[in-house]
Design a protein around this ligand. Sequence first.
Ligand SMILES: Cc1cc2nc3c(=O)[nH]c(=O)nc-3n(C[C@H](O)[C@H](O)[C@H](O)COP(=O)(O)O)c2cc1C
Length: 180
Amino acid sequence: MSLVRVLYASEHGSTEDIARRIAARLAAHGHRTEVGDIKVSPRLEPGSAAVVLGSAVYGGAWLPPAEAFVRREVAALGAQPVWMFSVGLTAALPKPLRSLAARSEQPRISRLVELLRPRAHHRFSGVIRPEHLGRKGRVIFRLLFCRYGDFRNWAEIDAWADRIAREVGVPGGVRGPGAS
Ligand SMILES: Cc1cc2nc3c(=O)[nH]c(=O)nc-3n(C[C@H](O)[C@H](O)[C@H](O)COP(=O)(O)O)c2cc1C
């Protein structure tokens, strides 16, 4: 059974949980998986047949270690199918802003997607708590009518992982940005 690496960068843990859930789901489909924290292991270990790569989004960008990882490992990643996911706060926004944010371009992340040309790039909602923000951030958050909470949609995450589980090992004719 070929190995699928699920690699993540997380600041407060919500992206790590999503990465572990994706890996568990892939394992449930019979794939061999390994989960890795990019901050701890900043190189792509050899031996995988596919990679699922995700980062929390801060200031419209992936966390610096995740961005650096993509740029450093672009050649090795290009030799195997890659799926990307970003974890942000779309669901924390008030309704009128939510769909706008979901559709809006995040240029720094788009550049990574263009570089890696993953089979898919998916944006998940994560977790936002008052203690994650400074005083100014909390004021802005309130002024924008944002909500604190855990907005992870596990059914959506499972469904995405299930699609990956089905596609791993299928020759890569569908390779392309495929942002969703
Ligand atoms: C200071 C700060 C800045 C953030 N900036 C963004 C952002 O630009 N875009 C976004 O979608 N989410 C943003 N978020 C939300 C985080 O991506 C979200 O809380 C995510 O779940 C964090 O993942 P982690 O728990 O793995 O660190 C921000 C959160 C904080 C605390």
